[in-house]
Design a binder for this molecule. Structure first.
Ligand code: C5P
Length: 410
C-alpha cells in the first residue's frame, strides 16, 4: 500500500492545528507522494512556509495570481495536475467559502477548479463545529462529493474538551491510502444506464419521466472509486459529466439498448438504473401535430419497448453480475423477487416510490436489495451518493459469493 506517484496538494488554513500539517506532509512523503503545500494567508501565522517547504521539498504556494509562476494561473495548472487535494486543517471559514463556491485565494481557487477528489479535515472549536451553519456547510459539501474526515474529541487549544480536534495525521494518511489502494473492482468493466429515456411524439413533443439520473451517476462514481473502468449510457440529464468516466448520451430506449449491446462484450457488471420508458410511440410524426378544431381527442398508439435489462441478462454476452432497479408503490418484496427471476438479474434494488419525498428526482433514497445469493438488505433514507457506495459494496460482496461458489464447484 502506498501513495507512490500521487501528486497531492495539502491545503493549510489558519487554525492552531496547522502545526499538525507538518506531520501530515511527512506521512504522505513517507508513502511516496509528491506533496505540494498551498497555504492561506492566515495559516502563515501558525506555521512557517519554510518548515513546510523543507518537509515537502517544494516552495509553498499561496498567490492566486502570481507573476512569478510561468503561466500566472497556478490554480488551474495545479488543479489539473492534482490526484487529490486535502485541506488539513480546514477551518470553519474556509469550509464556508468552499460551500459558497468562492475562489478568493489560491487554495479555494484550486478546489473550485479541480476534478480530483477533495478531502477536508475540519479543525475548530467545539461550538463552532456543532454550529448548525457549519454542519449545514459540511452536509452540503458531502452532497457535492467532498470527503470529510471527521474531527475527533479531546483537549482543545481554546481550553476544555470536545469534538473539533483535527484527525491525527497518520489517520488522514491511512484514509487517503485506503481511498487510492482499496480497489476491489480494479480491472472490472462496468456499464450503467442512467436517467430517463425520451420517446418522441413529433419533432417538438415527447413522452418521458421524472428520473434525474442522480442514482445512476452516483453508482458510476462509486464504481470508479472502487477501481472499475466505467461507462454510463445516459438519457438526457442535468448532471455535469464526471471526469474519467465515459458517458454515452442517448435519447430513446432503442438507442439505449443499441448503446449497451454494442459495448456489453467483456463487461463484468451491468447495472440497469435508467428509468426506461416502457412504451414508445409507434409512429412518431415527422411534422408537428396540429390541434384539430373539430375534435377534442388525440389518439397515440404506443408499443412496448424492448426490456434492456432482460435482453442483456438473457444474452450470450451476459455480464457476470446483472443488477436491476424496481420502483414500486406496494408489495415491494413480491414484485422485486418476481423481477429477479423474470429478468434473469442477480440483484434487484427496490425502492418504494409511494414516498414522494425520496426516490425520483430527489437527492435521497431508501432501498431494499434483493438478490439470488444473499439475504435481503435494507438501506434507510440516505444521500444517493452514499447509497451508490453502499449498493456497490453489496455488489462486491455478491461477486465474492459467486467466486466462492464457482471455486467450490471446480
Ligand atoms: O419492469 P420494470 O420497468 O419495473 O423494471 C425496472 C428495471 O428494468 C430497471 O432496472 C430498468 O432499468 C429496467 N428496464 C429496462 N428496459 C425497459 C424497462 C425497464 O432495462 N424497457
Amino acid at each position: 500500500m502506498s501513495l507512490e506517484k500521487k501528486y497531492i496538494i495539502i491545503g493549510v488554513t489558519g487554525g492552531i492545528a496547522a502545526y499538525k500539517s507538518a506531520y501530515l506532509v511527512r506521512e504522505l512523503k513517507k508513502q511516496g507522494a509528491d506533496v505540494q503545500v498551498v497555504m492561506t494567508e492566515s495559516a502563515k501565522s501558525f506555521i512557517t512556509e519554510l518548515t513546510l517547504q523543507a518537509l515537502s521539498g517544494h516552495p509553498v504556494l499561496s498567490e492566486i495570481l502570481d507573476p512569478k509562476s510561468e503561466s500566472g494561473i497556478e490554480h488551474i495548472e495545479k488543479a489539473r495536475k492534482a490526484d487529490a487535494v486535502i485541506i488539513a486543517p480546514a477551518t470553519a471559514n474556509t469550509i464556508s467559502k468552499i460551500n459558497m463556491g468562492m475562489a478568493d485565494n489560491l487554495l479555494t481557487g484550486i478546489v473550485l477548479a479541480t476534478t480530483a477528489p477533495v478531502f477536508l479535515a475540519p479543525a475548530m472549536n467545539e461550538i463552532m463545529w456543532k454550529n448548525q451553519i457549519t454542519q449545514n456547510n459540511i452536509q452540503s459539501l458531502r452532497n457535492y462529493g467532498f470527503h470529510v474526515i471527521n474531527p475527533g474529541c479531546g483537549f482543545q487549544a481554546c481550553g476544555g474538551e470536545g469534538e473539533g480536534r483535527m484527525a491525527e495525521p497518520h489517520y488522514i494518511a491511512d484514509f487517503l491510502d485506503k481511498f487510492f489502494n482499496d480497489k476491489p473492482l480494479k480491472g472490472k468493466k462496468v456499464i450503467i444506464t442512467a436517467g430517463p429515456t425520451v420517446e418522441p411524439i413529433d419533432p417538438v413533443r415527447y413522452i418521458s419521466n421524472h428520473s434525474s439520473g442522480k442514482m445512476g451517476y452516483a453508482l458510476a462514481k462509486a464504481a470508479y472509486e472502487f477501481g472499475a473502468d466505467v461507462t454510463i449510457i445516459s438519457g438526457p440529464v442535468h448532471i455535469a459529466r464526471p471526469d474519467k468516466i465515459e458517458v454515452i448520451s442517448v435519447k430513446t430506449a432503442k438507442q439505449m439498448l443499441e448503446a449497451v449491446r454494442s459495448r456489453v462484450t467483456g463487461t463484468d457488471i451491468f447495472i440497469s438504473c435508467a428509468a426506461v420508458s416502457d412504451y414508445t410511440v409507434e409512429e412518431p410524426k415527422k411534422q408537428k401535430i396540429k390541434k384539430e378544431d373539430n375534435s377534442d381527442e388525440l389518439t397515440l398508439r404506443l408499443i412496448k419497448n424492448t426490456d434492456i435489462l432482460s435482453t442483456i441478462a438473457h444474452s450470450e454476452d451476459r455480464p457476470m453480475l446483472v443488477v436491476g432497479f424496481a420502483a414500486e408503490t406496494e408489495n415491494l418484496e413480491e414484485y422485486a423477487t418476481k423481477k429477479l427471476r423474470k429478468k434473469n438479474a442477480d440483484i434487484i434494488v427496490a425502492n418504494d416510490v409511494s414516498d414522494t419525498d425520496i426516490g425520483f428526482n430527489s437527492d435521497n433514497n431508501a432501498v431494499t436489495i434483493f438478490s439470488k445469493e444473499l439475504p435481503p438488505k435494507q438501506f434507510s433514507n440516505r444521500l444517493k451518493t452514499e447509497l451508490g457506495h453502499d449498493i456497490l459494496i453489496f455488489c462486491i460482496e455478491y461477486l465474492k459469493q459467486l467466486n466462492q461458489k464457482n471455486y467450490n464447484l471446480s
